[in-house]
Design a protein around this ligand. Structure first.
Ligand code: C2G
Length: 130
């Protein structure tokens, strides 16, 4: 079986997240998703996520196409996660294009186009504007 791995914060879960996860799942037989830890998100984006890592993990784990989830503690552990889950393919959105090419010796690395015009940041702004 071909195992696919993908990573994300998935905060304020939206259809852009869903489509990326569904397309990742379609690339193999088994999908493993790493959900960014709260601390990782804070260091990466400079803000606390709206939902905690436990809540974000629970939402992603409930998706029909997701077989396994885990908390991604650090960006530096990507190779470890790929090996631990015996991933054959790493799928990432093209906002990360080129950033994970170094893992091409461990698995296939694929960047998929993002869904345009939707983001957690834009949603937060829309909601706070009232
Ligand atoms: N995404 C998308 N379309 C959008 C928004 C997001 O396809 N409009 C995809 C992203 O490209 C990513 C996934 O949804 O593949 C999760 O997005 P984020 O939660 O923003 O992920 P990010 O914080 O970039 O975390 O190890 C890397 C990080 O954990 C990735």
């Amino acid at each position: 079986p071909r195992t696919v791995i993908t990573f994300g914060t998935y905060d304020v879960f939206h259809v852009g997240h869903l489509r990326m996860i569904e397309r990742a799942a379609a690339m193999g037989d088994r999908l493993v998703v790493g959900v960014s830890a709260d601390a990782l998100n804070l260091s990466k984006k400079g803000r606390e996520p709206v939902f905690t890592q436990a809540e974000r993990l629970e939402i992603v784990a409930a998706l029909k196409v997701v077989d396994e989830v885990f908390i991604e503690e650090s960006l530096e552990l990507k190779r470890h996660y790929i090996e631990q889950h015996a991933a054959d393919v790493l799928v990432m959105g093209d906002d990360w294009k080129g950033r994970f090419d170094e893992f091409a010796d461990a698995c296939e690395v694929v960047y998929l186009p993002r869904t345009p015009a939707i983001s957690t940041t834009a949603l937060i702004e829309k909601i706070s504007a009232g």
